[in-house]
Design a protein around this ligand. Structure first.
Ligand code: F0G
Length: 459
């Protein structure tokens, strides 16, 4: 028997590097003050380790850069489009693939067609842009994740699962109001938690009995498929692409941000099987994104995504990817920092409501923690809590289900010593947690307030 080594190494070596700019805590305190205590308003050069998002921030491979050289910028019918379409259909064999410049453009188009006042669109947990695009049409965005998915400490192998009883009850009562059902894989706003194949199959059965289309919000499909491979009975011997194809085959369409698992710096698509829905969506696409064979993307982006899709489902990559996120989460957990468990695929979520128990939810414990991580260690994270979700369409403000701070791990970008530094900073901030202030919101826009709201500490 060959020796089994424990260390899971990065399955790549570095080919091109970007310098990081070292900053002092004095500089960072001034920078965040000038940014109105909103981490989205910082200059990225003032950030040392940027864990704001795993979206569009991954490192492209040599083969992606090489593919970019094949980019053909013909307005219509470019060979890059046909390579992109074939790569998408290889994993997601839907009839119609409609390219968009990113995920929310796919959402905007789909919900403009199927949404509207009086409608309700269930999901395990809507991501912020998904919720906003549903609500913008006047429809209701309903979260129906299983109860374990709302408890940061509950251990469940598929905490992203949709509550199938709740789905059935909704369809039974309001069938005429539900134009589509969504499942987000992995469940980003609920901790990056996976959804089982059995759950997707169950949802598919219910939706098809009620003749409602089921959609995947599939940004992190490969990470989800890896969790299925590792955790679901009978799936361990299957190839990842095969699991992905089954996930897709149980549904009627998908929205996609190619800035996540497909390793794009930009890109996305909408896919559907229904011909007339595809036609309505393509008509809107031409209005806002572009001609249906490029949809808001350059030929070179289509090439990078086509190649990235092949790399995303490689088992060596996925084993490293999921393990390196767990490495960060396990270290924080073992040191007593409250984190959402089990550790998700693309990010570690700190339970700020538990860590900063002295700050009430309407004084934004997540924002306070995120500001402290930046001031003390130059780490940029994002609040996923009452700042992001607390403002309701009727104008009221209520605490979100959870107050989390997400440390999102860009793909193939940071090394283990960067992560060891992050662990050290989080532990230092955790030691000082009781001294951190709550925040008051000074200004906020009418929607998606977390991107541009400004704050001040409550002293
Ligand atoms: N759906 C999910 C589950 C997402 O996580 C995102 C983006 C989108 C849709 C929208 O895609 O950004 O390409 O328009 N999530 C990023 C994040 C921004 O940081 O989690 P997009």
């Amino acid at each position: 028997m060959p020796v089994q080594f424990k260390t899971i190494i990065e399955p790549f070596r570095i080919h091109s590097v970007e310098p990081l700019r070292m900053t002092t805590s004095a500089l960072r305190q001034e920078a965040i003050r000038q940014a109105g205590y909103n981490l989205f308003s910082l200059h990225a050069e003032d950030v040392l380790i940027d864990l704001l998002t795993d979206s569009g921030t991954g490192a492209m491979s040599r083969d992606q850069w090489a593919a970019i050289q094949h980019g053909d910028e013909s307005y219509a019918g470019s060979p890059s489009w046909f390579r992109f379409e074939a790569a998408v259909k290889e994993l997601f064999p839907f009839q119609h693939i409609i390219p968009t410049h990113q995920g929310r453009a796919a959402e905007k188009i789909l919900f403009s067609v199927v949404g509207g006042p009086g409608k309700v669109i269930p999901n395990n947990t809507h991501f912020d842009t998904t919720r906003a695009n549903v609500e913008f049409t006047g429809a209701e965005a309903l979260d129906l994740v299983i109860p374990e998915g709302k408890d940061p400490q509950a251990i469940h192998p598929f905490k992203g699962n949709l509550d199938l009883d709740a789905l059935e009850a909704l369809l039974f009562e309001r069938i005429d109001d539900v134009p589509a059902v969504f499942i987000t894989v992995t469940n980003n706003s609920g901790g990056g938690q996976p959804v089982s194949l059995a759950n997707i199959r169950g949802a598919s059965g219910i939706c098809h009995r009620y003749k409602v289309p089921l959609f995947l919000d599939a940004c992190r499909f490969a990470e989800n498929a890896w969790f299925i491979h590792e955790r679901e009975a009978g799936q361990g011997d299957r190839e990842i692409p095969d699991i992905v194809r089954e996930m897709a085959s149980l549904t009627d369409g998908m929205t996609m941000s190619a800035k996540k698992d497909p390793f794009g710096n930009i890109g996305g698509w909408l896919a559907v099987n229904d011909n007339s829905l595809a036609e309505s969506c393509r008509n809107l696409l031409i209005l806002t994104e572009g001609f249906p064979t490029y949809g808001g993307l350059a030929g070179r982006d289509l090439e990078a995504i086509a190649q990235g899709l092949r790399e995303a489902v490689h088992p060596d990559y996925l084993r490293y990817r999921i393990r390196s996120t767990a490495y960060l989460g396990d270290a924080l957990d073992q040191a007593g920092v409250p984190v959402v468990k089990p550790i998700g695929g693309h990010a570690v979520y700190i339970d700020a409501r538990a860590l900063l128990a002295h700050i009430p939810p309407l004084e934004y414990p997540g924002q306070s923690l995120a500001v402290a991580l930046y001031e003390i260690g130059g780490i940029r994270s994002v609040e996923i809590g009452t700042v992001m979700f607390g403002r309701k369409p009727d104008g009221s403000e209520v605490p979100a289900e959870m107050d989390l701070v997400r440390l999102a791990v860009p793909r193939r970008t940071y090394t283990q010593s960067h992560v060891d530094y992050v662990i050290e900073v989080v532990l230092e901030v955790a030691r000082e947690a009781a001294t951190l202030p709550g925040y008051r919101m000074v200004s906020e826009p009418p929607a998606l307030r977390h991107f541009t709201a400004t704050f001040e500490p409550i002293t």
